[in-house]
Design a binder for this molecule. Structure first.
Ligand SMILES: *Cc1c(COP(=O)(O)O)cnc(C)c1O
Length: 544
């Protein structure tokens, strides 16, 4: 179907008029235009994929400048510039090769990776149906379906019994969780609920949502509220602090222990200290991480839960990354204690292997989201099933259709295979690092994430007799080496490992290489190639 091509002219002149407009909204009538549309879908599925197969990584820094020079036109063309087939071809030829091939098994640096084919089909259905889950009037059965998906994930987290789900799964007054854009908004939702539940209405005070933070502090006779998190907490929590008027400097980082988990002794000490400050400060929530973004570490959830219960503090678990580990019989116990949380964040676009993007927030108490309910006269009236009533998001896509269908296609066993592969491959990766003298393992994998760095043998020897000053020098040198190698490997474009700076205490600054294993096609052969390349880069560029 030549979407915007004038019917009378076989030339390439494209015009926008009512006839062409009609054709793009109507179902194609002729056999040939139907065939053309199907062909375009084929191009998307296979043409894109072929291109992605040939390419990996981002191109050199120089070409980023060249690329931005190509996109400097701020004018919208008055007449249609290209027809659909040309647009698709243009994306495949000009955009895809310069995008990042996140589906390559050599791309092991980030939490974005290959997705199963069927996700493209499911996401296409979501677009084609174009339901808006903000309200029942624009989604109907899809809202009901979404509640079922929410219950399924709620159940693997909180493990309530049949009676609980029978009661709440479709009850309009119960909310087991909410789909949002991403993990950032899921964490924000958790903090929003925790804040509002804490500063609830009392004599002469209508609650923080209505009256604001200043009145809330007055009503509760305090000066400050804080959230306690591990030093490795995701920065989205600091955003929540800013947005909710808590202040991001009141999202207080607690140091981690030798295993990069929040130091429970220091956490307890911090709670006692804050409780003692003649109590002008209140702790709104404590966050435990189930799969830290940088290291994959899992905080001691059961112990944090205990502290929260003793002190009546909201317990949030950020399982944006680690949540789906619960589907693995072999490894779910790594997350034990998560069922004691008040709220849990899980991302669909991470280890549920969904396309971008899908965040989810779950609550133990099906009534707690009442603290963030909003009603509107034209939709979302009290008592309705409209999912938009208790959601940070307004209009949104029905990505629950994608997740619910994916769960059927994969089964928990299918997901478990992916999870187990990631964890076990990361362990093998760590073993390989220990075998290679050029490297040092920094954080061994709890889940499928690990960090390591290049630490040449001569510097290792040097380190043993070094005083504090010399040690600092060596650390700086190592940081530079690792920054350089990571950049060179990225620019070479064959493989990709990311880098981060670990701050386990307030004075530590260690540059490390970070690996996330989530592509099921990433194996030890590939991993050894990646490490060989790093060794080679080190020898050719940094040894004179
Ligand atoms: C990725 C991640 C987030 C943020 O999720 P987005 O979907 O990127 O907004 C929050 N917490 C943890 C632990 C994460 O890994």
């Amino acid at each position: 179907m030549n979407t915007f091509q004038s019917k009378d002219k076989k030339t390439t002149e494209l015009i926008a008029n009512w006839q062409t407009l009609e054709r793009i909204f109507l179902r194609p009538k002729s056999e040939s235009s139907r065939k053309a549309l199907v062909k375009y879908m084929e191009q998307i599925l296979f043409g894109l994929n072929d291109f992605l197969k040939k390419h990996v990584g981002i191109t050199e820094e120089a070409s980023l400048k060249e690329l931005s020079d190509r996109f400097k036109n701020s004018l919208i063309s008055q007449n249609p510039a290209r027809k659909l087939s040309d647009v698709i071809e243009g994306i495949i030829k000009d955009i895809a090769p310069h995008a990042v091939n996140v589906s390559s098994p050599y791309f092991i640096g980030h939490m974005t990776s290959a997705i199963p084919y069927f996700m493209v089909h499911l996401q296409t259905i979501v677009s084609a149906l174009n339901q808006n889950v903000v309200k029942l009037e624009t989604s109907k059965v899809v809202s009901v379906f979404e509640r079922q998906v929410l219950s399924k994930i709620h159940r693997i987290v909180f493990k309530k019994n049949d009676a609980f789900y029978d009661k709440h799964i479709q009850h309009p007054d119960s909310t087991l969780g909410s789909f949002v854009e991403d993990g950032t908004l899921a964490n924000l939702t958790a903090m929003w609920v925790a804040r509002n539940a804490f500063f609830k209405p009392k004599n002469g005070f209508s609650g923080v949502e209505k009256d604001g933070m200043s009145k809330a502090y007055q009503a509760y006779n305090i000066d400050r509220s804080v959230v306690l998190v591990s030093r490795f907490a995701h920065f989205s929590l600091r955003k929540s602090g800013g947005i909710l008027g808590i202040g991001n400097s009141n999202i207080l980082p607690v140091d981690v222990d030798g295993d990069n988990r929040i130091d429970i002794k220091k956490l307890r000490a911090k709670i006692d200290e804050l409780n003692h400050e003649s109590s002008r400060t209140r702790i709104l929530a404590i966050v435990g991480i189930a799969g830290a973004t940088e290291t994959g570490a899992i905080d001691p959830l059961t112990e944090i839960a205990k502290l929260c219960t003793e002190n009546q503090i909201h317990f949030h678990v950020d399982a944006a990354w680690g949540g789906p580990t619960l589907l693995s019989e072999k490894y779910r116990s790594l997350l034990s204690g998560i069922e004691l949380a008040d709220s849990v964040t899980i991302d669909g676009h991470k280890q549920f292997y969904m396309p971008m993007s899908c965040g989810m927030i779950y609550f133990q108490d099906p009534k707690i989201m009442d603290h963030v309910a909003y009603y509107a006269a034209y939709v979302n009236r009290p008592g309705s099933v409209d999912l938009g009533i208790k959601s940070l998001v307004g209009s949104r896509a029905a990505v629950s259709l994608t997740l619910g269908s994916a769960l059927e296609i994969m089964g928990s066993r299918g997901y478990a295979l992916l999870i187990d592969h990631g964890i076990e491959t990361a362990q093998a990766f760590a073993d390989e690092i220990k075998e290679r003298p050029l490297f040092e393992l920094i954080t061994s994998p709890r889940l499928n994430i690990l960090t390591y760095r290049i630490f040449p043998e001569d510097l290792k020897k040097d380190w043993q007799n070094a005083d504090d000053n010399r040690k600092k020098e060596i650390e700086n040198q190592l940081n530079q080496i690792n920054i350089t190698i990571q950049r060179l490997q990225r620019e070479a474009g064959k493989s990709f490992v990311s880098r981060t700076t670990l701050k386990r205490t307030s004075h530590e600054n260690m540059v490390v290489l970070r690996v996330v294993i989530m592509n099921p096609m990433t194996n030890m052969v590939i991993i050894n190639e990646i490490l060989d390349e790093q060794e080679e880069l080190y020898r050719t560029h940094l040894v004179d």
